[in-house]
Ligand binder design. Structure first.
Ligand code: BG6
Length: 524
């Protein structure tokens, strides 16, 4: 009898497992892309630069290898460097070869779709020639007038380039579509962000503009909305009644590297907070949209940004800690202080670390602090969101265990572990009552064997498909700048600017003052 019962149970379990396996088989292949992509030409403006060689071309090559690109699909590199198609192909091949072995046949087919046109960014005739050249490619290869202009150039050139593209008629959507891709920073404060937008706006409509934030394309970041809104058990707890605080952190071990020219003028608040940290905040704290559709999701994000409580500039230090790395050791190797890095001013006041205590004035989050922190040259590279739940209201175990029962914590690991962990209390085996904290872990790739896309592959495909879900909309950009600009102005003009900037040792966990701000919140 017992055996019959167990056999039945086993059969049920096997059927369930087979069902799950079938489901997985069905969904895995189809998870890479929705629908088809129309033939198009990707024009990379700034093709002789670092971004093209390090990110764009490797991602495109991978997509090509996995048959993820439309057919036909052409890449036209444009830049100030004078070279021909062959030289461009060779330089891209060298860049690819630095990180992977290239199979000749695959490369050969990819290389045939690579072209190069030298341009002067501020010379209208360059763009008129480019327009003519693109038309000739359309005729020869059948790319149907569909174009993506990817600005892989320094932000200072965005306005000029957008204007030139517009004036040469390249933003018009007569035969096919035309899209422009802009990388952050979108301005350096509210005023400049509006100015950049007005130039883009003069020539391109909002549906043609794709403002990239590569954090949004990370799988685990996209998963935040799925975790929150495709499960019934989390959302009822996701509010001020059950959550004590939230901590969003992105720590890096890298220093400024060779980017001092950009970073000196930018600092951590513009480099990480105005974009990536604000997106992580929105995904964690926003209300559920009625539909998983780009504008409805972005409406909810905008609503969240509108509820950010402005920092009282007269007591900024209660809400913000800024730091700059001194010398120290990373991975056992001595590293110089920020001020000793190449092209950094020896008396630079640029922050390389920040922690903010943010409040949102809305029903869900009233009184719940969100701690956002990010910095360079810290002890480890880690990106993580910690949801710290409140302590139990009453402990019936206090006579045996005292009052010390740890509250639950949900960790959304983005890097290095892509995982979700729930911490809870359990009894230790044995006669004595002892509690221990244990975790329930889900590793993001567990049970999935299908292909995956890296962040740039994902954004490139989305631009080709015209899907705005993972891109900034201008209202979000402006709302975030409205929150940050007064903070930046105060930090950059106040009399105690130097005192506000705390030095921390490279390889440490940031300035010690963060403890005052966070009161016992787990450190980096
Ligand atoms: C970039 C910043 O946007 O993001 C860099 O400009 C930073 O300074 C980088 O290092 C971090 O990205 P990731 O994906 O490595 O966490």
């Amino acid at each position: 009898m017992m055996n019959d019962f167990m056999e039945k149970e086993n059969q049920v379990a096997e059927t369930v497992i087979e069902g799950v396996a079938e489901d997985l088989k069905r969904t895995q292949g189809g998870c890479i892309m929705d629908g088809t992509i129309e033939p198009c030409t990707l024009v990379i403006i700034g093709a002789s630069g670092d971004l093209t060689a390090r990110k764009l071309v490797p991602s495109l090559f991978n997509l090509h290898r996995n048959k993820g690109l439309p057919d036909p699909f052409l890449i036209v590199g444009c830049g100030r460097t004078k070279m021909g198609d062959e030289a461009f192909r060779e330089s891209m091949k060298d860049a690819l070869a630095q990180n992977a072995r290239i199979d000749q046949e695959t490369w050969g087919a990819f290389a045939e779709a690579l072209f190069y046109r030298p341009i002067q960014y501020d010379d209208p005739s360059s763009y008129v020639d480019l327009a003519e050249y693109l038309r000739s490619l359309d005729r020869e290869y059948g790319t149907k007038g569909n174009r993506i202009f990817y600005l892989a150039i320094p932000p200072g050139l965005y306005e000029t380039t957008a204007r030139m593209l517009g004036r040469a008629g390249l933003s018009e959507e007569r035969e096919g579509w035309s899209r422009i891709v802009v990388e952050k920073p979108f301005g350096r404060d509210l005023k400049t962000a509006i100015a950049l937008d007005s130039v883009l706006d003069e020539h391109f409509e909002e549906h043609q503009i794709f403002r990239i934030d590569h954090y949004l394309a990370k799988e685990t970041v996209q998963n935040i909305l799925m975790l929150r809104f495709a499960n019934a058990i989390f959302e009822p707890l996701w509010n001020r009644q059950y959550i004590d605080h939230v901590s969003i952190m992105a720590s890096e071990t890298l220093g400024v590297e060779r980017r001092a020219g950009y970073y000196e003028k930018t600092g951590v608040l513009r480099d990480m907070f105005q974009n990536h940290m604000m997106q992580l905040l929105a995904l964690t704290a926003m209300e559920p949209p009625s539909l998983f559709e780009a504008d409805r999701v972005r409406d909810e994000k905008a609503k969240l940004y509108r509820s950010l409580r402005p920092f009282p500039t007269e007591s900024l230090q209660e809400y913000l800690v800024l730091g700059q790395y001194g010398s120290g050791r990373i991975g056992g190797k001595a590293v110089p202080a920020y001020r000793e890095e190449q092209n950094v001013s020896p008396d630079s006041l640029t922050p390389t670390f920040a922690m903010m205590k943010i409040f949102m004035d809305n029903w869900r989050w009233q009184g719940v602090p969100f701690y956002l922190s990010s910095g360079k040259r810290l002890a480890e590279k880690r990106t993580e969101i910690l949801i710290q739940f409140k302590e139990i209201p009453h402990s019936m175990f206090r006579e045996v265990l005292g009052e010390d029962i740890r509250a639950n914590r949900l960790t959304l690991g983005i890097y290095p572990e892509e995982k979700i962990t729930l911490t809870f209390q359990t009894k230790n085996p044995g006669a004595k009552v002892c509690l221990r904290s244990v975790t329930m872990d889900f590793h993001y790739h567990q049970g999935y064997e299908g292909p995956a896309l890296d962040a740039y592959e994902k954004v490139l495909l989305d631009v080709m498909m015209g899907d705005h879900m993972l891109f900034w909309r201008q209202d979000g950009v402006e709302l975030c700048w409205s929150f940050l600009t007064p903070i930046l102005e105060e930090c950059e003009t106040c009399g105690n600017r130097e005192q506000m900037l705390l030095t921390y040792e490279a390889g440490s966990r940031g300035p010690e003052a963060v403890e005052n701000l966070r009161h016992g919140i787990p450190t980096f």
